[in-house]
Design a protein around this ligand. Structure first.
Ligand SMILES: C[S@@+](CC[C@H](N)C(=O)[O-])C[C@H]1O[C@@H](n2cnc3c(N)ncnc32)[C@H](O)[C@@H]1O
Length: 222
């Protein structure tokens, strides 16, 4: 369709990271200072570096070797951030963590297993923040998606000051479409992370914030 082609061409010429857009919101969900954090599926490391402004130690992990090389290249030696090539379901770098973040990665992973692992790896009193993508299956998502189309154009134009631009490094990380429908996603989030704050958002995203209470049971026994 000519209109859709024109929209796609405009968006390609004025790119901006829908994931980084959530970083300020994400940081507002976290304590002023915390000890250890892990960013799962860290891509080029923008969020890991931001977390390092408040953490004693941040670890970024990603399965993609090339993107971890880029993350390392972009990180000064003065920052308390380390990166490793590792799988979200098998890395073991000294959990528990006070903060776990996971932005635009959960749809690459098996949902139930990953949420269970996050719950196990979070320290009591710790905070998990997820920005996720799901398959659209609710009216609210359809409306938010429609509203996002013009907002996406305006944001791309404003962020690029009206000029065409190359894709930011963060947008070179591997992507894939989401296939779990939101309704199923929400059911699993509520089952595995009781009391989690789950929201559908603009720009085709949803968010989860979960704080682990002290005395939380091991979800392996749920
Ligand atoms: C869309 S990118 C998001 C990157 C980054 N979080 C951001 O917000 O820009 C998804 C990332 O998840 C990583 N990924 C996919 N499967 C993974 C796994 N099993 N373990 C760790 N990282 C994974 C990909 O390599 C990619 O860098």
């Amino acid at each position: 369709m000519p209109l859709l082609d024109a929209l796609a061409r405009f968006n390609d010429a004025h790119p901006w990271s829908h994931n980084a857009h959530f970083h300020p919101w994400l940081m507002r969900q976290l304590p002023r200072r915390f000890d250890r954090a892990v960013d799962v599926g860290c891509g080029s490391g923008d969020l890991a570096r931001l977390l390092a402004t408040r953490a004693r130690q941040v670890h970024g992990i990603d399965v993609d070797e090339r993107i971890i090389d880029r993350a390392r290249e972009s990180t000064g030696p003065d920052l308390p951030v380390t990166f490793s090539v590792a799988d979200a379901l098998s890395y073991d770098e000294g959990a528990p963590y006070d903060v776990i973040t996971c932005v635009a990665v959960l749809h690459h992973l098996p949902l139930t297993e990953t949420l269970t692992r996050f719950r196990q790896q979070l320290a009591p009193g710790g905070t998990l923040v997820v920005v996720g993508l799901t398959r659209e299956d609710t009216r609210v998502q359809t409306l938010l998606g429609l509203a996002s189309v013009p907002l996406n154009l305006v944001t791309g134009w404003v962020k690029n000051r009206g000029r065409t631009a190359p894709r930011p490094v963060a947008m070179t990380a591997p992507t894939r479409p989401a296939d779990v429908p939101y309704t199923e996603f929400a059911r699993e989030v509520r089952r595995i992370l009781p009391g989690a704050r789950l929201r559908r958002r603009l720009f085709w995203r949803c968010t989860i914030v979960w704080k682990k209470v002290r005395g939380d049971v091991d979800p392996g026994r749920l």
